[in-house]
Design a protein around this ligand. Structure first.
Ligand code: MN
Length: 131
């Protein structure tokens, strides 16, 4: 069982992802804004982070940058999820340190595939400094 944190201010989107994550028998954590997301990631050390970009305080890009700046979170996989789907969003998300970019409305099969793939990678890939 892995621990998955979703930083998302919209309860409907949160519940959709919660169903996907718990159906895969993973633990689901929720933070409703960016600063809570950063501190919850720090406290809970999740194996995977789902990250909304449009948040009420700091945006998801800033959340990703802050997490990547912390030594303990350098390697946690991050899936950016945004409603914008503007040209350049994917590039911005990747530049901020996210591994995967998805646009809303979230496709459940796609989300499930990304979650499974990234959790397998994080369990099998050697993590520098965590030998
Ligand atoms: Mn949002």
């Amino acid at each position: 069982m892995a621990k998955v944190l979703y930083v998302e201010d919209n309860p409907d989107n949160m519940q959709l992802a919660q169903r996907v994550i718990t159906a895969l028998s993973h633990q689901f954590l929720w933070a409703a804004d960016g600063l809570s997301g950063v501190s919850m990631a720090e406290a809970e050390q999740p194996d995977l982070i789902l990250l909304d970009i449009n948040l009420p305080d700091i945006d998801g890009y800033e959340v990703a940058r802050r997490l990547r700046a912390k030594k303990d979170h350098m390697y946690v996989p991050i899936i950016a999820i945004t409603a914008n789907a503007l040209k350049g969003d994917a590039e911005r998300a990747l530049a901020a340190g996210c591994d995967v970019y998805m646009s809303k409305p979230v496709n459940i099969r796609e989300l499930r595939a990304h979650v499974m793939g990234l959790l397998v990678d994080s369990k099998t890939a050697p993590v520098p400094g965590k030998g």
